[in-house]
Design a protein around this ligand. Sequence first.
Ligand SMILES: [Zn+2]
Length: 396
Amino acid sequence: MAAADHDAGAHGAARYLRGRTGVRRIRRKSRGAERQDRGATGRRTARSGRGASSGNRGHAHHRSYRRSGAAALAGIVLRRHDPGRSLADAPQRQAANAPLALRFNPAFADLLFEGSGHTYKELADLAAQGKPLPRFSLPATLRAKFRVEAGDLKSDNILATLPGSDAALAKEYIVVSAHLDGYGIGEPWNGDRIYNGAFDDAAYVATLIDMAERLHESGKKLKRSLLFVVVTGEEKGLLGSKYFAAHPTIRKEQLVANINLDQLRPIFPLKTLTTLALDESTLGDTVKQVAGAMDIRIQPDLEPERRLLTRSDHYSFMQIGVPAVGFIFGYEKGTPEEAVYRRWYAERYHSPADDLQQPWDPPAAAKFNDFFNRLVETLANADERPRWRAGSTFAR
Ligand SMILES: [Zn+2]
């Protein structure tokens, strides 16, 4: 799932904008606090991955943090702005206007709120409970200068087809997709710098590989063809799927449906599946039919304000007229599952804690995979291809 604040537009050459990290300067009142802080936070930005690799002194710039008040400043870590990227053939954002984005180490976030009457913990707790957040101004100020570098890089989408067996229907393709990118190596959380991306989205790339192997080895025949699309650059603004949508390897009229798998998270038993774009097309009917036979309840997105619909690769397919759906393990409001769901976002989403050590529910994962296999087979063998509902904004 692409982060909400990234809306940049990468197969092929991609442009990247990189905010170079530089020298940190913090006004402190207590040297004791300073030493303690440095011990606690390590060497921060100087080792924060590609954006801060070498030669930073030559590009040195300041991010300074000042604040008034009597309390000693304990220190603060400004996390490297993750480089933005957009497709090489897309209109460029002017580097000079690129917004400054910083991340705070949560351990020091209260510095921002001093004098505001609010604390970081209070706001984090509200967010974890899904409650509305207050609006208020911060007495603290932050000044920053930063240098932006632009360059090109290349990253591939990976595609495969499984030809259908029906003479007439084999020219139609069911697209199954997941994304292969994650966040790589970055700022440490609890001493861990590897952003494994286990559920977002490595597990679902594995699900596609598993499906392809199973179909290949069993020799099972599906009437329609399958197109496996494993895209790059999802986290940078759906870049790989946007590129594919703009340069499809199969005529888009032959792409009859897309089932996208992105961080579904089998972290509690599978009783409910939240289905993105449930009511946009007849795909929703097939989803309900297959789920119903497995005692899985289907519900629409309960939080459309988070715009999950537009934040993963199914959206790129919908925009070229291909009916699509995506899924998330769902919960009923007020249940322990909701608490587990929200805690995952607070503690693991896009962090090194999305790894193989996290608690998860293997039977739930297996049940979803079974559902997914049945759904794809049903769609591949159906007499009719999925259609947009009359009135859907995606219908043409
Ligand atoms: Zn993601």
